[in-house]
Design a protein around this ligand. Structure first.
Ligand code: ACO
Length: 428
């Protein structure tokens, strides 16, 4: 392939370098476009054709259903690694040795304490508050309690901010849940591993001893790994853009949580369950809802189906489907909602509308099913996604800072009124 792309405007020729990634992805480097053409820009709503950065963290091929973190396949990581070593890999680029992993874990544990005063902020929220809003607010509030973690320049300061957030985030997640349930707020248990501790923080009942279920721990570990990064999606791009103004790590992650909240992104796992419940309440007629999803006059979409990038299958969905079956069998769950989910899945996979548009169940379709089986309230599903995505957001933020990327500031094509005279209010 040529190394130069040419563009002709009004008989004037411009040339731009073509760059190639390590997996042969090709991009036209238009950094010089506006300067060379004296003001012409490109327009690409939704950034469907726009690369915002180069990145060494995650590779995915939507056509082939490939997802790799730092070169390792998601299948290998889900089967052989645990969440904390996956987090280290994403953030720092290499799988850690035993000693390095032990230090990373110890550093995280040493920072897991959340100031008691943060509870007062949580107290200010009504129980009905959506836990994603609570989590975004508490993450932002951490800035006031940990000012050293905000203004970070050196690698050492970044490391401290990273372990600080990795330590405190599971506690905040569990507080968002326990507040909803009316349970006392717990602190972590340093004798447990990272994911075991998360499970205890989430599931310990106030009136009973906590008993660990290893099938649940394994499913949780896999879910967190599968959600840990997904290159330049909406929330990750948000984290990078906010961080590019040199807002600190906690502020950038808080913004990422807000971006993840929407139903077209991380909020889809909640939307899936709400959709299944609505179908059940309406008599369980899946065919009727298939019809609504295909009707262009009807805004209804089949939640948990389709993906901006994966147009054949979502490799995460394949792994999580197996984990969902294991958890349901182990917990002996018998749930009519799950039967509706299976019915919809089968119908959509065999329906011409869905097949033609390459709309397959995505990771959110199955993750919601597992969370429901574990007794996690529907509104908490996206919070669980955020818990998994934290290392990816951190890795992307760190890469952006180390690459000294410029502040994110897109342009626009103005289509509003031309200059017009101001008319005073009594003359309008
Ligand atoms: N149900 C019914 N039709 C759909 C669906 C769906 N879930 N998704 C896409 N389509 C149709 C569209 O109507 C469109 O049809 P047309 O070509 O006849 O106009 C076609 O498929 C292409 O859809 P787009 O919206 O252009 O696809 P895009 O790549 O922009 O959107 C998205 C992807 C947002 C995920 C979309 O499939 C969707 O809304 N899915 C439901 C929400 C969801 O599950 N989101 C989670 C994504 S995974 C994640 O964030 C972790």
């Amino acid at each position: 392939m040529s190394e130069i792309a040419s563009l002709e405007i009004d008989g004037e020729k411009y040339e731009f370098p073509i760059i190639k990634g390590t997996e042969n992805e090709v991009a036209i480097d238009i950094k010089a476009l506006r300067g060379a053409t004296k003001g012409i820009i490109t327009i690409d709503p939704g950034f469907k054709n726009t690369g915002s950065c180069t990145s060494e963290i995650t590779y995915l091929d939507g056509e082939k259903g490939i997802l790799r973190y730092r070169g390792y396949s998601i299948e290998d990581l889900a089967e052989k690694a645990d969440f904390l070593e996956t987090a280290y890999l994403l953030i720092f680029g290499e799988l850690p040795s035993k000693e390095v992993l032990a230090k990373f874990e110890a550093d995280i544990k040493s920072k897991s304490h959340v100031d008691e005063d943060v509870k007062k902020i949580l107290d200010g929220f009504p129980k009905s508050a959506h836990p994603m809003g609570v989590l975004a607010s508490l993450t932002s509030a951490l800035i006031a309690f940990n000012p050293d973690s905000e203004d970070v320049d050196s690698e050492e300061e970044m490391y401290n901010a990273i372990v600080n957030l990795m330590g405190k985030f599971p506690v905040l997640v569990s507080w968002a849940l326990r507040k909803k349930q009316g349970y006392p707020l717990d602190y972590g248990d340093d004798s447990l591993g990272y994911v075991e501790n998360i499970a205890k923080l989430l599931f310990k009942k106030p009136s009973a001893d906590y008993v660990q279920n290893n099938v649940v721990i394994e499913a949780l570990d896999k879910l967190l790994i599968l959600h840990a990064d997904h290159e330049q999606n909406c929330s990750t791009s948000t984290v990078r853009v906010v961080g590019s103004s040199h807002a600190g790590l906690f502020a950038s992650i808080s913004a990422g949580i807000s971006a993840l909240w929407g139903p077209l992104h991380g909020g889809a796992n909640q939307a899936v369950l709400e959709m299944l419940e609505a179908i059940k309440a309406d008599g369980g007629d899946t065919k009727k809802y298939m019809g609504k999803a295909k009707d262009k006059e009807d805004p209804f979409r089949l939640m948990g189906f389709g993906h901006r990038v994966y147009k054949n299958f979502d490799p995460r969905a394949k792994i999580i489907k197996v984990a969902a079956d294991e958890v349901l069998a182990d917990l002996g769950v018998n749930d009519p909602i799950l039967d509706i989910a299976k019915g919809l899945e089968q119908e959509a996979l065999n329906d011409e509308y869905f097949v033609k548009r390459k709309l397959y169940p995505n990771v959110d379709f199955y993750s919601g099913i597992i969370y429901r089986a574990l007794g996690i309230p529907t509104e908490m599903f996206t919070v669980m996604f955020a818990l998994g995505r934290l290392p990816g957001w951190i890795a992307q933020w760190r890469e952006m800072r180390l690459n000294k990327e410029p502040i994110g500031r897109p342009r626009q094509v103005y289509t509003g009124e031309n200059s017009r005279p101001f008319v005073e209010v009594n003359k309008r």
